[in-house]
Design a protein around this ligand. Structure first.
Ligand code: HEM
Length: 174
């Protein structure tokens, strides 16, 4: 856990300090551009995540939010690299972890009066903490060897870097 957090701290900071959706004045247009990028990212990660059993079920809510706005979804590009199960769990760490920040963003957007579905950010709602706890437990049980922890860190950094690159291509990050 500490290794994953340390390996990705600066990458997370880039997102939470610079994403348009994290700005105090973020509105529904920022939410929809954010979702379009996340959609391409989650679709690319899906083949890696599927065998882990984690990071599942977020795309449906995301697509429902985009559909509500009549928003055209971004095309899928660039498949994730094939690697070992520990790498895939590192990727799952980023997808599951992003739901924690999602709860903060959800509260902020609601306070700003954003009246869109926000189903994706809502995610598991009050069960988010319990789900994260279960994920961490599975992670600790599965990643015991130094080589597995290193592979998970590579997977987590790769997932963050891929998301950052997509955000940059969409003009959402400098
Ligand atoms: C889609 C982009 C994002 C991704 C992929 C992401 C990823 C993560 C990950 C992996 C964690 C777990 C860290 C850990 O405890 O080990 C996390 C936690 C968190 N993130 Fe993000 N995050 C994103 C955006 C944001 C934004 C924009 C904010 C700003 C509000 C934010 C705020 C937080 C907070 C408050 C936590 C909980 C920290 C804690 O409880 O210790 N995140 N995020």
């Amino acid at each position: 856990m500490h290794a994953l957090r340390d390996a990705t701290r600066s990458l997370h900071h880039l997102l939470d300090s610079q994403l348009p959706l994290a700005r105090p004045d973020a509105g529904v247009a920022d939410y929809l551009s954010h979702l379009r990028v996340l959609r391409g990212w989650l679709l690319a990660l899906a083949p890696l995540l599927q065998p882990t059993g984690w990071g599942q079920g977020y795309l449906q809510a995301l697509d429902a939010d985009l559909a509500q706005a009549g928003a055209v979804a971004a095309p899928v590009t660039a498949a994730a690299p094939a690697d070992d199960p520990a790498f895939a769990l590192g990727v799952a760490y980023v997808v599951e972890g992003s739901q924690l920040g999602g709860q903060v963003l959800l509260r902020r957007l609601r306070q700003s009066g954003v009246d869109h579905g926000l189903r994706y950010l809502q995610g598991r709602g009050e069960a988010t903490g319990a789900h994260w706890g279960a994920f961490l437990k599975a992670l600790r049980a599965r990643l015991t060897q130094p080589a597995e922890i290193a592979a998970a860190c590579r997977g987590a950094c790769w997932a963050f870097e891929d998301l950052l690159a997509r955000m940059r291509r969409a003009g959402l990050l400098a």
